[in-house]
Design a protein around this ligand. Structure first.
Ligand code: ACO
Length: 331
């Protein structure tokens, strides 16, 4: 078989936990209101995983749906990338998902880049396909941020929700992956953290180790807002330039679903009209690495996104990290 240097995105799937908490329910936990949350963020409710639900089971459900849409058997997968910041196991969860869906021939690993994880994962997957190393790649974005949210902090707990989304990327003759631009700036790392806090534990004379827990999400909301609105349009414009595409040729702006105000501001800066902006955060909140594939899958299954549509996706978040990926939906 000749080596194919292009790739196509041929299936999507998603899954969220059944339980959800609306803004009225949240107002019983912290001093806030539906009005405040809706007008500042666009979020009305978020799905939350129960203690017995795992990231692996949510991710596997999304993966099975994506494979079904792609008409591909799990056994034919060569690679599985799990973009997550909330793995069930710090050693990684991708292998467990590989076993759960029966993708016995695939190599599997986790990739962590917070809310940029899915876009970073797409670009990583694309490199493996372009070099001819792998033909069929499953990319999952999944997070259970509710495990790490401080439910007494009204500045952060209103934002986050749990979920999983997945896509199947496949080697193809005609290339549907049009361009990308990835960036990191660790000097602003403390704007958004879910950090390990070690407590000294003396072992023997002169030797101590640090043991402890991860601290709940800490965020400087205004800094993150300013960063997103300034940096996201830049990486989209750069990727468009590289792909020799104009903003007018973009059918859908598919941003990380953090805040409706960020989506509106980025779209305005780029000159992209409202009807081309993908938005589903009202029902899910910010689901971290899951938010882009979750929204993509919803728009594909509702028939809004059609084969051949040009999608400008961009993620941004902790790291700080941000990046864009341009692609055409479908074979
Ligand atoms: N309910 C009611 N009042 C609140 C709430 C709340 N939930 N949260 C904050 N307030 C109050 C504050 O105490 C403050 O009151 P004060 O003026 O009396 O001190 C006032 O509202 C304004 O607070 P700000 O923090 O300035 O509110 P802001 O307008 O910046 O909105 C928000 C906060 C929504 C978090 C905004 O900054 C934002 O969206 N930032 C981007 C955050 C984001 O998207 N993060 C995730 C991206 S990365 C990732 O996904 C991991």
């Amino acid at each position: 078989m000749p080596q194919l240097s292009g790739l196509a995105i041929i299936g999507s799937g998603s899954a969220v936990p059944p339980a959800y908490l609306d803004n009225a329910g949240l107002s019983q936990l912290v001093d806030t209101s539906d009005e405040w949350i809706s007008t500042r963020t666009g979020i009305r409710q978020r799905h939350l995983a129960a203690p017995e639900e795992s990231l692996c089971s949510l991710a596997a459900e999304a993966a099975r749906r994506a494979l079904e849409m792609a008409a591909l058997n799990a056994i034919d997968l060569d690679l599985i990338i799990l973009a997550t910041s909330t793995a069930d196991d710090l050693f990684g969860s991708a292998s467990k998902i590989q076993a759960e869906i029966g993708a016995t021939k695939a190599v599997a690993f986790d990739l962590t880049a917070a809310c940029s994880g899915f876009v970073f994962g797409m670009v990583t997957a694309a490199q493996y396909i372009r070099t001819g190393a792998y033909q069929n790649v499953l990319l999952i974005g999944a997070d259970i941020l509710s495990r790490w949210t401080d439910w007494s902090d009204r500045r952060t707990c209103i934002l986050f929700g749990d979920g999983a989304g997945a896509i199947v990327m496949q080697a193809a003759e005609s290339d549907q992956f049009l361009g990308f631009e990835l960036r990191s700036d660790g000097s602003q790392n403390d704007c958004l953290t879910l950090a390990f806090q070690p407590q000294p534990q003396p072992l023997t004379q002169g030797i101590s180790v640090g043991q402890g827990n991860f601290q709940p999400i800490q965020m400087n909301g205004q800094e993150v807002y300013r960063f997103a609105v300034k940096k996201v349009p830049e990486v989209i414009e750069k990727a468009l330039f590289r792909a020799s595409l104009t903003v007018e040729q973009v059918d859908w702006l598919l941003l990380h679903q953090a805040n409706q105000r960020i989506l509106d501001a980025v779209a305005e800066r780029l000159g992209i009209p409202e009807h081309k902006v993908v938005s589903n955060m009202g029902n899910y909140g910010n689901t971290d690495a899951a938010s882009i594939p979750l929204a993509l899958d919803q728009y594909v299954r509702s028939g809004q996104i059609q084969p051949g549509d040009v999608i400008a996706a961009a993620g941004f978040g902790a790291g700080l990290s941000w990046g864009s990926a341009l692609f055409r939906w479908g074979r």
